[in-house]
Design a protein around this ligand. Sequence first.
Ligand code: FNR
Length: 344
Amino acid sequence: MLPPRSVSLVDRARESLPAEVFAYYAAGAGAQQTLAEQEQAWREIGLRPRVLQDVSLVSTEVSLLGDTVASPILIAPTALHGLAHPDGELATARGARKAGCRYVVSMRASRRLSSIAEESGPFWQQVYVLNDRGISDEVARRAAQVGATALVVTVDTPIVARKPAEIPALAWATGLLDVLDGRDPADPRLQQARDLGPPDLRRLHEVSGLPVVAKGVLRGDQALKCRDAGAAAVVVSTHGGRQLDGTITVPAALAEVVRTVGGEVEVYADGGVRTGGDVVRALALGARAVLIGRPVLWALAVGGAAGVHEYLRDFTADLSETLALAGCRSAADVGADLVEGPAS
Ligand code: FNR
């Protein structure tokens, strides 16, 4: 059972996790400025409710890459769920399936992709481009084989930024075991590709046959570059403050990206999204969906699959209530008039 709302989930997780694991999950890069600002950035945007609207029936459904999903709240790809719970990603997948939420599985998972796929509802697979392109391609191919319906290619990580708390010792990403064929995990070919470029997006689309979502853009022109490389969607993201520190905020970047490519590719957002109100803000700025990182890890640590399910169920209920209070009948009904801005 999750605690009542008044008790902070993050505090419960801090109590139940080993200190170094909590620190690894919670950390941001650099001076952690981006991390410190990300939740507040959403709250600074005031909501402008509509009144005298019939909200007898409210739906949180949205359409993503041609699929109807029950909620615009997705699970962001985060590494190594085995550090949070013995069942790792299997528990996350069960919780997400029960809540009807889309799960984006990290390539740095603690469990084999084939096993996660068995427990999961419809899922998307995240891919890092590694020096050995063959490994990334193989992950993409296998993900498609076991049922992934999109590839989320992370474009903000040509190198992994240093953080105050690094991966706890012994936490190797066994998810890659499906494709490693006995390679040594310290092999340089398993490091991030510093020369990651547009051809990688194209190739990953070709080898998997799946639509590609480029994760980690903060500018309109960079979103255009992803579109030109064949991306069907982009995620406006600072990687939860874990890559370049001192960036513009996600809400500020979101508006620019939507203005530039919103008519052509789907735009999603993540980083510090914590409440139904934050989701409505993101939708009003033009995002179709949001991804949630750390809180899912906290819910997993506190309550396993049931914890993840309850967290997502409560979050979706909060979104539904917020939509009604804002005078919207559905996620699709949220428009730019719902937030302060140049147009209001
Ligand atoms: C991440 N993130 C991430 N992103 C990605 O593309 N692949 C990955 O393997 C990971 N791993 C990862 C581990 C941990 C511990 C964290 C906290 C984050 C980034 C993630 O997908 C997302 O962008 C942010 O976590 C969103 O911010 P919030 O919701 O955590 O504030």
